[in-house]
Design a protein around this ligand. Sequence first.
Ligand SMILES: [Fe+2]
Length: 298
Amino acid sequence: MSTPIQQLGYLGFGVSDLAVWERFGTDVLGFAIARRDEDGFSLRMDDHAQRYFIEKGDDDLAFVGWQVADREGLDECARRLRAAGVEVTEGTPEQCARREVKELITFRDPGGTPVEIYYGPRMADGPFESKCVGSHFVAGELGLGHLVISTPDRDRIRDFYIEVLGFGLSDHIQVNLGGYPVDVAFLHVNPRHHSLAMGGPMPKKIHHFLIQVASLDDLGLALDRTLDFGLQIVQGLGRHPNDRMVSFYAETPSGFQFEYGWGGREIEVGDWKPTVYHQISEWGHRFQPRRKPKVAAE
Ligand SMILES: [Fe+2]
């Protein structure tokens, strides 16, 4: 079954400290402020007018936005969701205006993650320029990156995305981490190796989101900026066997993590045989000792 979903279009985070997130989003990640309102601000990283919505909240994922091509794609998703017994709500004109999309629907996936599906996002007026990323973010039609969500019932939620929404299974990584069996499922909607992954229950709704840059130097510079900002590096540089991404992991100011990467592979959608890997990394991604909490002064 094919999917009407084209890409991971936007993410919403609820954060306790909007001011720190503003500096983190622009000075560390390299995004630019798109809009501000009474609830917070949004960030852009490519031609899309808004990719990240940062709102006052409880330091967790607030919502995930998936993009379809048009009204037909939106109706198809709503039809499939309702047939699967999921309660679907039409977005209000105010919600659509805030997201700058033509129409949207909202629902919760079986794990409780708030999800939106939309079409017709506004494209920004001018080309995107980052003040610290010299190449560019690998986004556009591949979507903003990927995210890994908490799943109380991993298989059921993986199957929901595959069987109801038509996501493709890329592969699994099954390993034993210090006596704990880990089994992560990776799903795709476009040539990006995975846009969504899930590995079981976690304290927050999100484990991490990925940002990809087009040059190795921009990855190294992001690592420097992360350290200079005083954020905790969780896993040092390494390379994953399945998406071939060279990346590091660090904590956002909200405690959940971001992965900053370069060199991820693209896959042939529709001609893809899922496999199972038995290592999380080909090399690196070593867990780093915890440092004292510190956020760089203004
Ligand atoms: Fe990742």
